[in-house]
Design a protein around this ligand. Sequence first.
Ligand code: FES
Length: 278
Amino acid sequence: KEVYVVYKIVKKQTLNQAVELMEIHAPYVARKCEPGQFIIIRVDEDGERVPLTIADYDREKETVTIIYQVVGYTTELLSKKAEGDYVQDFVGPLGQPAPLHKCDRVIGVAGGVGAAPLYPQLRKLAKMGVPVDVIIGGKSAEFVILKELFEEFCDNVYIATDDGSLGTKGFVTTVLEDQIKAGVKYDEVIAIGPLIMMKNVVKITKEYDIPTMVSLNPIMIDGTGMCGGCRVNIGGETKFACVDGPDFDGFKVNFDECMQRQGMFREEEHECRIGRGM
Ligand code: FES
């Protein structure tokens, strides 16, 4: 066990009012991780363990970048840390690398903070020589993250916002369907964002028979397949997002069941926060 390892925050950046980026010195994870994998962070000694997807990594600098939404007790605690501070635990890489393969064209669809795990996947495809496009969605311009980074390697970067403050006013799914209808041929779609967004993307891609990968982010406790907290229904089979995923064939995911379970845990998280005097 890496008892003496310290995980230093080498960079901290605010991306918008709810989302922050941290680059953390974590040599072991940085050496091994691949797009699609995640880590479990524990901010301090009595902190809870929270899974976060890997947004980027630098094998030379031995750093891993995480992008997180400040939504609960742990992310609020993390948000209070500054550059130069340390986090207690940074365990990983966990989960399976995203199954990326060579093909003629891929489009990524990101909702909100889902742009973070999508970024390394599309970048890897681009490096493999696959032409990639991306659609990034957000409530408003401020919530559209990583646009400039995607522009570095994507042929087309489309934006959709709820209020029309940037790009198309409306849903990422509308932009996707417009592209497909306009005759752009995609071999695969990778959708990462809220469950309802991924569900709606799959509704469209099923119609046009375009294979679609989605990334599931259910509640995780141990991250090693032991607790069963992250179980999901994939084509009628029970899988664990932490060891079998987090990326799954979108055509096989039972989104309604995922949403129901997510709702269930939200109640518990609420109680937990009250219990902590928040
Ligand atoms: Fe416990 Fe996946 S987090 S089984």
